[in-house]
Write a protein that binds this ligand. Structure first.
Ligand SMILES: NC(=O)c1ccc[n+]([C@@H]2O[C@H](COP(=O)([O-])OP(=O)(O)OC[C@H]3O[C@@H](n4cnc5c(N)ncnc54)[C@H](O)[C@@H]3O)[C@@H](O)[C@H]2O)c1
Length: 327
């Protein structure tokens, strides 16, 4: 069955013209690699705010150094695309500091993409928007279902939910074929610690390698649902080839505490690091998070294939390969 699904993906994307916004970023660059492997002609639109050209080294893609806020540019690029994966974003930390800028990129940029897809509706096969579990805030029920209440705790979550709502509005009103994936704490290769806004796993690995303390906010018993990037990419690609108008949780379905994550990273690396507890963060102060991923399992015929320890080992190997390159 797995082989058949892969063949289906290959057929869908072989020679297809695909635009990936935010394609030089962490998830975007992993997605671009997968699409290239599937035989697609990929164009990346990225302003390199948190993206890195090195993430796309040796990939035969067209790179446009530009902004999703530039509606004319987005329109021009969508004109020659059959699929659009829209990942460009200003992250949660920057968003909280500059909510207006967040709005312009995360909401305005998404509207530019939607307008362009509407204008080119005849040949757009799918727009996939990558949303975030941050829209659930401190969830009332666990595991979190897609239609559970949304609680907006910061401007980033507001912008992600707003962009989702615009996506669904364009689907319902104008039949722009949109799919939405809601990622939970993605980690893996290309999540660079040089990016000050990278996720907790990258920060922990970087600290563990240098035997410096791993900083934990609060008591460390808060939980997250960590998703290996290849699994997130797999779900994202599949979301482009099922019926449009659906929203999918994308996670591992497994709840992991930050304390347990810290000790696992320290033990895999064999580090001498300790854990340093500091006051809990003002942003993303969510106690427990784990997703119900049944809808994605059923409709996308997807399931996460890399659990935390193998995923951490692959990520750590990638860190080591980067260190070797620098020496
Ligand atoms: N990484 C996660 O854990 C996670 C969790 C939930 C949702 N997401 C979503 O996944 C997507 C990718 O996130 P990521 O972790 O790869 O982040 P990232 O910061 O690595 O990637 C975002 C990319 O967008 C680019 N960008 C920013 N502003 C832009 C603009 N105005 N025009 C063009 N490009 C711009 C950045 O340079 C970067 O390359 C985002 O939509 C994010 O909301 C990620």
């Amino acid at each position: 069955m797995f082989v058949q699904r892969n063949e289906f993906e290959v057929e869908s994307f072989r020679n297809a013209n695909i635009l990936v916004t935010g394609g030089a970023g962490f998830v975007g660059s992993n997605l671009v690699r997968r699409l290239v492997e599937l035989g697609a002609n990929v164009t990346v639109l990225d302003n390199f705010f948190t993206g890195f050209k090195e993430n796309l080294t040796q990939l035969p893609v067209q790179i446009i150094d530009g902004d999703v806020e530039d509606g004319e540019l987005v329109k021009r690029l969508v004109q020659t695309s059959e699929y659009v994966f829209h990942l460009a974003v200003r992250n949660i930390i920057v968003s909280t500091k500059e909510p207006m800028k967040d709005f312009l990129t995360n909401v305005g940029g998404t509207l530019n993409v939607l307008q362009a897809c509407l204008a080119e509706k005849e040949h757009i096969k799918r727009l996939v928007y990558t949303s975030s579990v941050s829209i659930y805030g401190n969830a009332k029920y666990l595991p979190i279902n897609e239609d559970d209440p949304k609680t907006i705790l910061n401007p980033y979550a507001a912008s992600k939910l707003s962009a989702e709502n615009y996506c669904m509005a364009y689907f319902e009103t104008y039949e722009v074929p949109v799919s939405i994936v809601r990622y939970s704490n993605v980690y893996g290769p290309n999540q660079r610690p040089e990016n000050p806004y990278c996720g907790v796993i990258s920060k922990f690995i970087a600290s563990a390698f240098s035997n410096s303390p791993l900083t934990v906010y609060g008591d460390g018993e808060q939980t997250r649902d960590f998703t290996f990037v290849d699994d997130a990419v797999d779900a994202t690609v599949r979301a482009a080839i099922v019926s449009p108008g659906l929203v999918f949780n994308v996670g591992s379905g497994v709840e992991t505490s930050i304390n347990s994550l810290a000790s696992t990273v320290i033990s895999i690396i064999g580090s001498k690091s300790s854990v340093q507890y500091v006051d809990k963060r003002d942003i993303d102060d969510v106690r427990r998070r784990v997703l119900n991923i049944d809808l994605a399992r059923r409709v996308l015929r997807w399931s996460p294939s890399t659990s935390l320890i193998p995923g951490l080992k692959k990520t750590i190997e990638w860190f080591e390969s980067k260190k070797d390159e620098q020496q």
